[in-house]
Design a protein around this ligand. Structure first.
Ligand code: ATP
Ligand code: MG
Length: 369
């Protein structure tokens, strides 16, 4: 997949921007706060239908502007398509367009422009909270499996509704009546999420372990283990089995959920553990091991995307290379020679001479060569 060009109007600090890109390496240079990450954010928005730095759409619209418009020309599956998003200040819902046709949901846009984003926070993803690791799996899977994306969206919607009902029943117990219906749907969707994530994680493990082994000079064996609610004994079991086990978990937590007024049962708290030679990275990983494993995961994510779709996703490296020592920089650069890559960097540090350099200053294209 290749992002041929991008037009931004009223997005973040971009008033009116247009740029064409190289199918290889694109180096986005500029001083701090000039709009480098904003540019990657726009690309991710068109790729996934959501922003990675905020959940609030209003923040994406340029201060004082009425709307934001993003448009990309993309080479994807042997044809050129256009992705377009328009966001409005106020209550009017955003609009998504694919090659001139207005789309009802973001799922139909997913996968047209595949992206793998790698930023400095990701280097610590194996040390951080479960939410970041879940997000890593969900972001990758939503791009590859439209059905997964809709299941996740619906699951999250019901989760919120159930949470609201659990809080409301403290005042008016009538709300308890809606719980069986919510539980039923959450168990069905939840089983789908667990099984899909576990399978993806197994593939991620296989490929990331190979990178990590290579990286560590054949010394360290990386393993990834999916962790879900206690009653689900095997996340690779057939869907009906996982469904039944989720129901059992809901039943045993029925009273606790009512008393705590919180959803305690379901895969929304799921996680995975990464270990080296059997030792959990979260607890025992050194700085270097943690970073190396995170890089291996990202490289594996890109490979799986390619294997699954036949297309290489666009790789977005936000400030990540400058965070790495020379050995790790080389490892990454050597493994990303194919496909389209966007690398942000500050003016002083010129990372590489290959590809196109795009200079941004205060939300404007300063120069390109
Ligand atoms: P760094 O090198 O520090 O990472 P950067 O070039 O990646 O910098 P960005 O994060 O892309 O910087 O841009 C940040 C700038 O964009 C900030 O100065 C911020 O004030 C501005 N900005 C963010 N949102 C908006 C908005 N909605 N309207 C106008 N400006 C915005
Ligand atoms: Mg930045």
């Amino acid at each position: 997949m290749i992002l041929n060009s991008l037009r931004l109007r009223g997005f973040r600090n971009y008033e009116d921007f247009f740029c064409e890109f190289s199918p290889g390496v694109n180096l986005i240079c500029g001083q701090n706060a000039q709009g480098k990450t904003n540019l990657l954010e726009a690309i991710v928005y068109l790729s996934q239908g959501s922003a990675f730095r905020t959940r609030k759409e209003a923040e994406l619209i340029r201060f004082g502007a009425e709307f934001a418009e993003l448009e990309a020309r993309v080479q994807s599956y042997d044809r050129e398509q256009t992705l377009r998003a328009v966001m409005f200040s106020g209550r009017r819902p955003r609009q998504l367009w694919l090659s001139g046709v207005k789309q009802k949901s973001r799922e139909s846009m997913n996968g047209i422009l595949g992206t793998v984003l790698f930023c400095p926070e990701d280097l610590l993803v194996l040390k951080k909270g479960a939410a970041e690791r879940r997000r890593l799996l969900d972001d990758a899977l939503c791009q590859l499996r439209p059905r997964y994306a809709s299941a996740l969206e619906e699951y999250n919607r019901i989760l919120q509704q159930k949470g609201a009902a659990l809080r409301a029943q403290a005042e008016s117990p009538g709300y308890l009546a809606v719980l069986p219906e919510y539980n039923e749907r959450m168990a069905r969707l939840g089983a789908q999420l667990i099984v899909t994530r576990a399978k993806y994680l197994r593939e991620l493990e296989r490929r990331a372990a190979a990178f990590h082994l290579d990286f560590s000079g054949g010394r360290e064996q990386l393993t990834l283990t999916y962790q879900t609610v206690s009653t689900v004994t095997d996340p690779f079991a057939p869907l009906p089995t996982v469904y039944e086990q989720l129901k059992a978990h809901q039943q045993s937590h029925y009273r606790a959920e009512i008393e705590s007024m919180q959803c305690l049962s379901g895969p929304h708290k799921d996680d995975f553990d990464a270990a080296l030679g059997g030792l959990s990275i979260r607890a025992f990983g050194s700085q270097g091991q943690t970073r190396t494993a995170a890089i291996s995961l990202k490289l594996a994510e890109r490979d799986i995307f390619e294997m699954d779709t036949g297309e290489l996703p666009v790789l977005l490296l936000d400030d990540v290379l400058s965070e790495l020592d020379a050995g790790r920089q080389d490892f990454v650069v050597n493994h990303i020679r194919r496909g389209q890559v966007f690398i942000t960097c500050c003016d002083e540090e010129k990372m590489t001479d290959i590809g196109k350099t795009i200079q941004v200053e205060n939300g404007k294209l300063k120069a390109e060569n």
